[in-house]
Write a protein that binds this ligand. Sequence first.
Ligand SMILES: NC(=O)c1ccc[n+]([C@@H]2O[C@H](COP(=O)([O-])OP(=O)(O)OC[C@H]3O[C@@H](n4cnc5c(N)ncnc54)[C@H](OP(=O)(O)O)[C@@H]3O)[C@@H](O)[C@H]2O)c1
Length: 254
Amino acid sequence: MSTTNESKIVLVTGGSRGIGKSIALHLAKRGIGVILTYNSNANQANAVVDTIKGAGGKAVALQLDASKTASFGDFAVQVSQVLKTEWDRNDFDYLVNNAGIAQRTLIQDTTEEIFDELVDTNFKGVFFLTQRLMPLITDGGQIVNISSGLARFAFPGVAVYGALKAATEGLTRYFAKEYAARRIRVNSVAPGAIDTEFGGGKGDESHRNQIASMTALGRLGLADDVGAFVASLLSEDSRFVNAQRIEVSGGIYI
Ligand SMILES: NC(=O)c1ccc[n+]([C@@H]2O[C@H](COP(=O)([O-])OP(=O)(O)OC[C@H]3O[C@@H](n4cnc5c(N)ncnc54)[C@H](OP(=O)(O)O)[C@@H]3O)[C@@H](O)[C@H]2O)c1
């Protein structure tokens, strides 16, 4: 196992925009090599890669649809090839399962199609991608699953999404249990309301003010708030933190 940040490598799903982009940039700033994925936004993914390279870091962007489990085998082969060609390694150190989608519908309006799309992307994809990449993760490495404050509190219109994030937090503990022999730490990070384009963004001024008023620190979160925290979690300073859910929300709905 490698010991310095310079030789560490992270794979961040959904690293082209929002929270995943911030996680990628914060880790790159710490000297960590970055493999980031995008679904459809190649340009934005390449811009993140260029930013990292421009600052003297190393990064590669790969396409991945987190809802298409049938593609995960080929994706793992691509990851192996990139590890070899870019870093001369066979494994990587950190996996951040960040890619996700939102679909706002009340329970009475939720179709099976919406339900399945949410399950495939936000839960089934996380399980099978992690399972598939496990042989490529270094013993003593780490996994972070991005959850949501909505796993703790309920809000109309996000029943399936919130329940799946709660399921991901459960899965986090099971992965930590089953991979303990390999000393792989697995934690979930639950952002509060973060100002990204997620689910169409955070709405008009009055909605944003309402969210801020429900938050102890009095503002919406920024992608950077989460990126900075995940970078600190993926460091030696957090070496005994395992199988936990940590909320990065400024204290929303407390
Ligand atoms: N923003 C919030 O308020 C908030 C709060 C709590 C939790 N979260 C969680 O934080 C994570 C990131 O959210 P965000 O706010 O950064 O969202 P975002 O700004 O919408 O970015 C989403 C990222 O995920 C990728 N993505 C979308 N669908 C995908 C798919 N089917 N397969 C693979 N990648 C896909 C996107 O790639 P493209 O650029 O190619 O589309 C993009 O990189 C999600 O898991 C979300 O549930 C967000």
